[in-house]
Design a protein around this ligand. Structure first.
Ligand code: ADP
Ligand SMILES: Cc1ncc(COP(=O)(O)OP(=O)(O)O)c(N)n1
Length: 508
């Protein structure tokens, strides 16, 4: 199973009421955990009661949309819906010839259930001719009959036989769908070219609802997304069917339109949304808000601006590194003290690992860089700010309640990560041909560091939930004090003291 978010492109028509076409596709892709994109084949004036008119933009313009996406984005899957006309089919086939993504699902849309034609009659042959470009074709019963060149199947067995014929003729998988069967069952089956026996078949009781607008669109785009994740059509279909069933069952909650309404694509996250409304705001959000002025001051510091645009003198950078190395020594001890006092295993392991990483990973990086510049680490005495900051951290983590100690160490994760993002942005905007600190700035963006910041923040929120008002107030004070010390630390390399071996570098 792939853990990456599937990037799925829907090539389809529109539905301004949001229930079918690419609107349904985008919702379904997102509901299945994918990132949805869409290229418009046709603009359809329709609602839950029917199709009023169709406008098909020039096929060249569709090609331009498709190229714009594929020139920029790696596409994991494509879902093709309404194509409408021969030139559009040819444009999509031409593009697929140039950029075939790993998964292609084709829903051969011909007629909306509400009645309107969505494929010109003379385009049926052209549509048949491109079926072989897809990995999976998902016709409803009427579309299946047209593709098979047969009358509408009057039984499920007949539908399966038609599905097998289409699969064999075009060398693709066919999903035979029972949504339009008479009766109270809605089976679906995957049929391949080799055997008339379905590869997998599912059955279920029909959901008693008229809200089935866009079920075919939704199912096919969900399948495209899930297939990227699982690489197994049977598994993807089982998951998609379960989800779609819930979407049909909860469709009445939407109250959209007077006809056959849309399904509830996000029924499965509804509960989470309801809970979100009642979850108290995170304490860390409050801390972040009150620290905004200090963070702005940090961004405006000359040292930060010059580090970002690459114009910082190397000596000042080395002096900063030297002090940071000494700071790391104190920070590592503070994290170890916090680990010792952490009430639960997760926090204990997290801060203990942080203490080790300070000495084993980060300090080594600093030392290597200083060595590269001909300096051994910790050349200058600890500056006044370095001493003040580390003393403060050690006192907070050793002598104050655990939540307060946590509030003291958090800015070094969080403010540093935030400054890092700002520095990266400055570096992107700078016109320094070769940014002298690019590799250093890249370490700020390291995903491991960002993840550690998120964990530290979550642990603080946990600790704040269990703390009384007095401790929370103290957490606020200490957090702000640590932010101010972060600011002073970034400001210090502009001031005075001497790093041995470096020309007149001063550090306060
Ligand atoms: N009332 C219903 N209850 C349960 N499943 C349904 C219902 N209507 C459609 N489905 C399911 O929705 C999916 C789309 O099927 P179908 O309606 O046949 O296609 P289309 O929307 O393309 O006309 C299929 O998986 C089908 O089994
Ligand atoms: C723009 C557009 N594309 C496809 C359809 C048909 O949707 P489908 O999912 O096949 O479901 P029904 O609405 O026909 O049941 C559409 N209406 N519009």
């Amino acid at each position: 199973m792939s853990a990456r978010v599937p990037r799925v492109l829907a090539i389809a028509g529109t539905d301004p009421t949001g229930g079918a076409g690419q609107h349904a596709d985008l919702k379904s892709i997102a509901a299945m955990g994918g990132y949805g994109m869409s290229a418009v084949t046709a603009l359809v004036a329709q609602n839950t009661e029917g199709v009023r008119s169709v406008h098909v933009p020039p096929a060249d313009f569709l090609t331009a949309q498709l190229d714009a996406v594929s020139d920029d984005v790696e596409i994991d899957a494509v879902k093709i819906g309404m194509l409408g006309s021969v030139p559009v089919i040819e444009a999509v086939a031409g593009w697929l010839g140039r950029h075939r993504p790993p998964v292609v699902v084709l829903d051969p849309v011909m007629v909306a259930t509400s009645g309107g034609r969505l494929l010109e009659p003379d385009a049926e042959d052209a549509l048949r001719a491109v079926l072989g470009l897809a990995d999976l074709v998902t016709p409803n019963l009427q579309e299946l009959a047209v593709l098979a060149g047969d009358a509408l199947a009057s039984s499920w067995e007949e539908a399966l036989a038609q599905g097998h014929r289409v699969a064999r003729e075009h060398g693709t998988l066919v999903l035979v769908k029972g949504g339009h069967l008479a009766g109270d069952r809605t089976p679906d089956a995957l049929v391949g070219p080799e055997s008339p026996e379905p590869l997998v078949a599912f059955d279920g009781a029909r959901v008693p609802t008229d809200n089935s607008h866009g079920t075919g669109c939704s199912l096919s785009s969900a399948l495209a997304t899930l297939q990227v994740r699982h690489g197994d059509w049977a598994r993807s279909l089982r998951i998609a069917r379960g989800w779609l069933r819930g979407a049909l069952e909860r469709s009445a909650e939407l109250e959209v339109g007077h006809g056959s309404g849309p399904v509830h694509h996000f029924h499965h996250v509804q509960e989470a949304l309801e809970t979100w409304g009642t979850v108290p705001e995170r304490f860390s959000d409050e801390l972040w808000e009150v620290s905004a002025p200090v963070r702005r001051e940090i961004e405006e510091l000359e040292f930060v601006r010059r580090l970002g645009d690459g114009g910082l003198e190397p000596e000042r950078f080395l002096a900063y590194l030297d002090q940071d190395l000494q700071y790391l020594d104190g920070y590592s001890r503070a994290l170890a003290a916090l680990a010792a006092r952490a009430p639960a295993e997760e926090a204990r392991s997290f801060f203990a690992a942080g203490a080790v990483s300070c000495t084993e990973t980060e300090a080594q990086l600093h030392r290597a860089r200083l060595r590269h510049a001909g300096l051994e680490g910790a050349g200058a005495p600890a500056g006044e700010v370095t001493r003040r900051y580390t003393t403060f951290l050690l006192a907070a983590t050793a002598a104050e309640p655990y939540p307060v100690g946590l509030a003291a160490v958090l800015p070094c994760y969080w403010v540093y990560a935030d400054v890092g993002r700002h520095l990266q942005e400055l570096a992107r905007r700078s016109d320094a041909a070769a940014h002298p600190y690019a590799d250093w700035l890249a370490t700020y963006a390291d995903e491991g560091f960002q993840e550690a910041t998120r964990t530290a923040r979550r642990l603080l929120d946990q600790a704040a939930r269990d703390a009384g008002p007095a401790v929370r107030e103290r957490m606020r004070e200490v957090f702000l004090e640590a932010c101010a010390l972060e600011r002073d630390f970034f400001a210090a390399p502009a001031a005075a003291s001497r790093l041995p071996g470096v020309v007149a570098i001063e550090y306060s």
